[in-house]
Write a protein that binds this ligand. Sequence first.
Ligand code: ADP
Ligand code: MG
Length: 239
Amino acid sequence: MTAQIEIAEVTKRYGALTVLDKLSLSIKANEFMVFLGPSGCGKSTLLRMIAGLESVDEGTIAINGQRIDTLPPGQRDLAMVFQSYALYPHMTVADNMAFGLKNIGVPPDVIATRLTEAARMLEIGHLMERKPGQLSGGQRQRVAIGRAIVKEPKAFLFDEPLSNLDAALRVRTRVELAQLRHRVKSTMIFVTHDQIEAMTLADRVVVMNNRRIEQIGTPMEIYTKPASRFVATFVGSPT
Ligand code: ADP
Ligand code: MG
């Protein structure tokens, strides 16, 4: 079952700084939702709270009706892909991908099948015995996505996964992610400050700025009917 995620009146503070102020949002099962906004607006903080990696000061976040703070980390069933890839440098690609599965006791034959399928999908079969240091940035990024796919999570959480790639590879990987989305049935939340990524990947976009949500809508709605001057400027709508 994929994840339906309900964020209700969530507030987050770091000391005196309020990062998110009473933010509410519903994400549908199987939806590709993009959080778009300038650097520092709280996108990563919100994503980390959904993953249960960051505490919520006020309000609630629920996945399929269950509050994340009541779920032990092993049962949240989400997979996060970071901008920095966060691979284990001393492990091979295969071991990096298998590690999380071994930890939760998935049988070896199931792990092998999932690794083979993910490797085929991402075209990384020839890299499985290499270590991350022997891979290009783009290859590392695929491995990080592969490691998420093999978990068969209820939701994928991507935090600017393309921002360390050069321009050409960024475009190629963006296209591949769009295809992946149709092969892997799961809820996907994708954080970016890049409006082109948001517009090409999203079912719906959440435009964030200054501690709150400026607008939620399909790329077409956001582009043709921006709810504020900020949205219009940020997504480059015709004026
Ligand atoms: P974004 O991902 O949109 O760039 P972040 O969620 O990383 O934004 O950060 C939102 C705000 O919270 C920024 O002002 C940032 O400096 C601040 N912030 C993020 N994490 C911490 C932290 N652990 N301690 C203090 N301030 C933080
Ligand atoms: Mg961020």
